[in-house]
Design a protein around this ligand. Sequence first.
Ligand SMILES: [Mg+2]
Length: 183
Amino acid sequence: MPSKPLLLIDQDGVLADFDQGVRLAWRAQYHSEAPIGPRQHFYLRDDMAPQYHPQLHDIYTRPGFFATLPPIAGAVEALHTLLAHGLDVHICTAPISNYQNCVAEKFMWVEQHLGHEWVSRIILTKDKTWVRGDILIDDKPQISGSLTPLWTQWLYDAPYNRQYHDRRRVCWQDTASWADLLA
Ligand SMILES: [Mg+2]
């Protein structure tokens, strides 16, 4: 690894709070808490009873959902800090297959929360194993694709990935967890 690692950073669950976005949208539409069980699975639907899946799908495919996701605490500040320390930081994100709103709105989110200059740092791909980098910070515990990754994954901490102890764990608010990157 070079002294300044090339960093790939996932968007949903690492920068943008997908779960909280669903909870807020559900509350606004149905005037009740989203029927989400304990977060044990990466995909939110897997922690919801099947009868709620159509409503969940409706929420995350509607216009405005991805654009208005709240930022994960500390994420925006962390990315600015990493860039200010000279790291080559890119946002590496996979759009949902119902791409019609998601793709443009992921760009909008980055522009709104990080600034226009960050738009050119977005790498949009369905297969992150094709992307070169030293470290990928991602909350998904099992990332698969058609190539052997060149990056090492650091797992972004989330309730649904805490059973995995095989990788380094990062949380933006725990600055000690990523302070090495600034050294
Ligand atoms: Mg993610």
